[in-house]
Design a protein around this ligand. Structure first.
Ligand SMILES: [Zn+2]
Ligand SMILES: [Zn+2]
Length: 267
């Protein structure tokens, strides 16, 4: 399964580069014209390590290695290649404290819920791996003061709901938001929309989200920051008026377009 954006990178800002690996985005933060220090946010699909290393080298030069990997959360499509990358890169990984049990082999995520949507991706979701991974030796909790290691001027924001320890990353000075799966800009349950990357703001991917009240609170928390540019875990970047209007619409209509009407994890 891959989308039309597969293998394509977009410089959203001079220091924020979003790369689409099949269906999921990973992000390089750091301006290659100013520094060779950068951070990787999320680690893509399984079996993508070589592709990710190639992408990193293309942007930051041969032998380039990030200072750290920051995880928005631990779902398979966001940590798929992390173990393989860490074999080559001896770098620290940071995630929210409440996400650590899924990254240290203590807990598995609940299985995907196929009943939330008629779309094919939702139907396929029980086949997605839900096993937590084990990178105990390299993963750390994010600092409690809200700062993000090796990402000066950014703060992490706890945005649970999609997973217990989901975080988003925000830079106040320019309103840049890396939202992970707190909300996304493609209707991730629909294979057609994923393939064509049709832009459409949506709540977190439905088949995986287990706490819808928390997910709604998280969306409201992010909207209140009035981000100017957003890169989400799935879909294309959004900015300016389009982002503002879509985000407001999502908050006001969350019960219709965010939350599924029924499903295993809906009360
Ligand atoms: Zn996810
Ligand atoms: Zn995802």
């Amino acid at each position: 399964m891959s989308s039309i954006g597969n293998g394509v990178g977009i410089a959203v800002l001079p220091d924020v580069f979003s790369y689409t690996d099949q269906i999921v985005n990973l992000i390089l933060v750091g301006n290659p014209n100013e520094t060779n220090e950068f951070v990787l946010v999320d680690a893509g699909m399984p079996n993508s390590a070589e592709e990710i290393k190639g992408m990193v080298q293309e942007r930051f030069g041969e032998h380039a290695v990030p200072k750290a990997i920051i995880l928005t959360h631990g779902h398979f499509d966001h940590v798929g290649s992390i173990a393989a990358l860490l074999e080559d890169w001896n770098v620290p990984v940071y995630a929210h404290e409440e996400e650590l049990p899924y990254l240290t082999g203590q807990k598995d995520y609940p299985p995907g819920d196929p009943s939330v949507d008629s779309g094919l991706v939702a139907k396929l979701s029980p086949m997605f791996p839900n096993h937590g991974i084990n990178i105990s030796s390299l993963v750390n909790a994010l600092p409690t003061d809200g700062s993000v290691p090796f990402m000066p001027n950014w703060q992490w924001i706890h945005t649970p709901g999609h997973t217990p320890g989901h975080v988003s990353l925000f830079r106040e000075q320019d309103g840049m938001l890396i939202a992970g799966d707190a909300f996304v800009t493609v209707k991730q349950e629909s294979l057609y929309k994923v393939m064509t990357q049709t832009k459409e703001i949506s709540g977190p991917p439905k088949y995986y989200t287990t706490d819808w009240d928390a997910a709604y609170e998280s969306v409201k928390k992010l909207e209140a920051l009035k981000p100017q540019v957003a890169v989400t875990g799935h879909g294309l970047p959004m900015s300016g008026e389009e982002l503002e209007e879509s985000f407001q619409y999502l908050v006001e209509h969350f019960s219709e377009i965010g939350r599924p009407e029924s499903g295993r994890y809906v009360n």
